[in-house]
Design a protein around this ligand. Sequence first.
Ligand SMILES: C[S@@+](CC[C@H](N)C(=O)[O-])C[C@H]1O[C@@H](n2cnc3c(N)ncnc32)[C@H](O)[C@@H]1O
Length: 284
Amino acid sequence: MDLTPYLLPKKPVVPIMKRAIAPKPTKNFIWNLLYGDIQRLQAMKSLDAACGQLRNYWMFTKGAYCGLDRTYSQLVYGQQGANNRRLINQRGRDNIELVCGDMERHLDSLGEFDLCVSTGTIEYIDNAVTVLGSLSDTIHKAGNLLISMSGKMNLTETIVDYLISQYEIVELIYMQSHEVHEWEQSYNRQQQPSGKQKAADFSVYSIPEAKIKEMTFYEMSLPNVAELHMGIYVRALNKNNEVTRLKKEKEGALTDDGIFVFKDMDLLSWGKPQAKFSVKKPVL
Ligand SMILES: C[S@@+](CC[C@H](N)C(=O)[O-])C[C@H]1O[C@@H](n2cnc3c(N)ncnc32)[C@H](O)[C@@H]1O
């Protein structure tokens, strides 16, 4: 399939926040882009599918937010983080629903949304296109879907082929250029501390903010072509049809952490608690 008609002729030049909102330029670009899109779309009810530790939550400044993830501990750490705790208090607990469930099994009992976002996950799911179909099926007519993923060509083609049958507008924006990614890697290597401290501890968080910003602008200025990049951001806008799938009852229970767990979730998928946090076994 020829993707050219769906490629924006240039990468969008989005306003970049004064403070870096991600530790790497490649992510800083895409998070600013995603934030701008979420603000522009003004959804009343949004689904963050495979939300992990709720890193996207702050971007949903309006309406109700539903975060779905299959790893229970991710949801717990996510809502325990200081920033998310503050935002949950500010926006009201009634405006956030956290659900421990599987995108491959539970999407048809989650309800309906105006916007669905999924970042960094679709490409790892075996039947990605089926899952994308179920995700899309939760979206109202005229609603929108935003996906970021690594740009596997075959997957992108299949996904676009499906999306153009469902949405009025499909736009592709390439992200994570090889060049900036290489730079991030080499910066990391140069900064590796000697001795016992692991490189991972030092991490890219040590890239100075001014440099992140400079490289973010560089990333934005690159031509919007697959060859230069590793990842892709997909906008599917203005869905053509209503939600069609028969809705199932949501079967499960709320835990002490305020997280809804589908009753057929495998306990192992609740994840290993990290040392910093003590996560009790949820009480159903
Ligand atoms: C790479 S993380 C991305 C998290 C988040 N979207 C972000 O950008 O920070 C992948 C997340 O997907 C979740 N996940 C993977 N497969 C899933 C599935 N089938 N259903 C629900 N969550 C899933 C994992 O538990 C993990 O939290």
